[in-house]
Design a protein around this ligand. Structure first.
Ligand SMILES: Cc1cc2nc3c(=O)[nH]c(=O)nc-3n(C[C@H](O)[C@H](O)[C@H](O)COP(=O)(O)OP(=O)(O)OC[C@H]3O[C@@H](n4cnc5c(N)ncnc54)[C@H](O)[C@@H]3O)c2cc1C
Length: 504
């Protein structure tokens, strides 16, 4: 087991720029803060941090607490050719918070949004809340609980990730069906762009042209710094039910899951684990695929829905393990032990990852989505290419899969790769496996990401899957909002310097 580099042993380059006097009180150039904001939380990031490789840290980290301060930071960045990277919780797994390495910039600053950490207003009539972008999952849920409300958006990175990060990356959360992405909760967004304030009108829906919110959702910090949003929230569910269903094969399981999705029962949990993943994360014997099924409502018993879903599964050979657990109002626990085991493994996995790196185990996840008509062939192809890449690159290892989100018209498979790393070659091994599987996903018609975003790591595949006219529109939006191109250059689109005309 290797030990990580200690902070006191780190030597990182001197800052190349100095914050102007008026911004000094918000600025830090400490080694800890600059190293901390150098990377997100991908395997590659953990390995580099572990080895003490911080060759491109931000020069200054800012901690603003007001929009005026963000405006002042962006003004300085524009006037001094400094790249500015919005930073939420730093849980990006796609290189989204990393500094650009080109020489176009006099320096790079990280804008840490932790000073924007409050719920500002709750509208009980409309069941919506106005919140600041830097609030993390636990702080948000704690604030909303005091009103008897919840957002119920739980990405696996819930503990550290922020509302601004969720919006900027179109994060996927708790609900396996229906409200799968943060997009589904948005009423309006406010952002500071280098050319002014962007505030959309707060509405439950609108048919007035393309949606301004849709341009900011998924913008990954290249168009503006999101400062707050109105999001739809909901009463804490009072009725819940869960069940686990075992299948002899993953294939039987996905046929059942498809039928449940197409029955429009809208379970909140519909996560199908293949036999390997069920063994590793939910205590199964390695021979059965496991479906974790859950329903919830703030208004009525969900037993009829879960019984119907279990019946659908039985039609595909699904066997109910240890009955249906129900919770009504405040009595009892709704989660069965398989669901509890999975939930606990799900939320602890991020912490185990650091130990895996210390122990020399390479790990990576690939998530995508595909329509049902292509699912079988797609899944076979990705599993094969991933297993092949793992065997060729690492000599040994395993690939497992779960369906994280399910739609009536398709499913989101999530592949986890675990294999022995060679000390010193971890990053090239990771790169080879990453390339092979990402290539297979895009070649086979899937998307390079269902919810992890594009960042820097997925750029080459994202560029291939998006239509060219759309890429030009995004470039034009960038030019209009950020003419000097200072915001997160290189993420989503290429940086076009202000002397270059937009591409035609
Ligand atoms: C262990 C683990 C599990 C994960 N599980 C999930 C999951 O279940 N679902 C999921 O969707 N993702 C998941 N992720 C990925 C990641 O957590 C999400 O992308 C998350 O939304 C990032 O939020 P953040 O606050 O940490 O943003 P950061 O990582 O700080 O930033 C991400 C991107 O958003 C931009 N950004 C951040 N804040 C703002 C802002 N206020 N204004 C403008 N741009 C901003 C950044 O510049 C960057 O491009 C996981 C990551 C890890 C490490």
């Amino acid at each position: 087991v290797a030990a990580p580099t200690r902070l006191e042993d780190l030597s990182i380059r001197q800052p190349r720029i100095k914050a102007p006097r008026r911004l000094e009180p918000l600025a830090s150039t400490s080694t800890h803060d600059r190293a901390f904001h150098s990377y997100g939380s991908s395997y590659r990031d953990v390995v580099r941090g572990f080895r003490g490789e911080f060759d491109c840290p931000p020069d200054v980290v800012f901690y603003p607490t007001s929009e005026e301060e963000i405006e002042a930071i962006l003004d300085w960045c524009q006037s001094a050719r400094i790249a500015a990277i919005p930073y939420g919780g730093g849980t990006s797994v796609v290189g989204g918070v990393e500094a650009p390495r080109d020489n176009d910039w006099a320096g790079v600053v990280s804008i840490d949004m932790s000073g924007f950490g409050r719920v500002l207003e709750v509208d009980r009539d409309s069941v919506a809340a106005r919140m600041q972008a830097g609030i993390t999952g636990p702080a948000l849920e704690a604030d909303l609980r005091s009103y008897g409300l919840t957002l119920r958006h739980y990405p696996q990175s819930f503990e550290y990730s922020t509302v601004g990060g969720w919006l900027a990356t179109r994060a996927g959360g708790h609900f396996a069906t229906l409200h799968t992405h943060i997009d589904d909760f948005v009423e309006s967004i406010r952002a500071i762009t280098p050319t002014g304030v962007w505030q959309s009108r707060r509405l439950p829906a609108s048919g007035a042209g393309p949606s301004p919110d849709r341009l900011l959702i998924g913008s990954e910090g290249i168009l503006g710094v999101i400062t707050e949003a109105w999001l739809r929230v909901q009463p804490v569910p009072a009725y819940r039910a869960s069940a686990s269903v075992a299948f002899d094969s993953f294939e039987d399981g996905w046929h059942a899951v498809r039928e449940v999705a197409q029955s429009y029962l809208w379970p909140s949990n519909l996560r199908l684990l293949d036999a390997r993943e069920a063994a590793l994360t939910a205590g199964q014997n390695g021979h059965v695929a496991l479906l974790l099924l859950g329903f919830e409502s703030c208004d009525q018993s969900v037993e009829p829905q879960i019984k119907r879903a279990v019946e659908v599964c039985a039609g595909h050979g699904g066997r109910l393990l240890s009955g249906i657990r129900s919770q009504e109002r405040d009595g009892g626990s709704e989660a069965n032990e398989n669901a509890q085991a999975f939930r606990s493994a799900f939320f602890q996995a991020p912490y185990i990852r650091d130990t895996l790196v210390a122990a020399g185990i390479l790990t990576e996840t690939f998530e995508t989505v595909i329509t049902w008509d292509r699912f079988e062939e797609f899944h076979a192809q990705i599993s094969h290419r991933a297993a092949q890449a793992v065997a060729q690159t690492c000599g040994d290892g395993c690939v497992m899969c779960r369906l994280t989100h399910v739609y009536p018209d398709g499913a989101a498979p999530y592949y986890t790769v675990l294999c022995p790393a060679r000390r010193g070659s971890e990053l090239s091994q990771w790169d080879t496996v990453k390339q092979a599987v990402s290539e297979a996903i895009v070649e086979s018609g899937g998307t390079i990401t269902h919810h992890h975003a594009v960042g820097r790591d997925h750029r080459r595949w994202y560029d291939r899957q998006r239509p060219d006219p759309f890429a030009r529109s995004l470039q034009a939006a960038k030019q209009a909002l950020d003419p000097s191109g200072v915001l997160n250059p290189g993420v989503l689109i290429d940086h076009v310097s202000s002397t270059q005309p937009p591409q035609r």
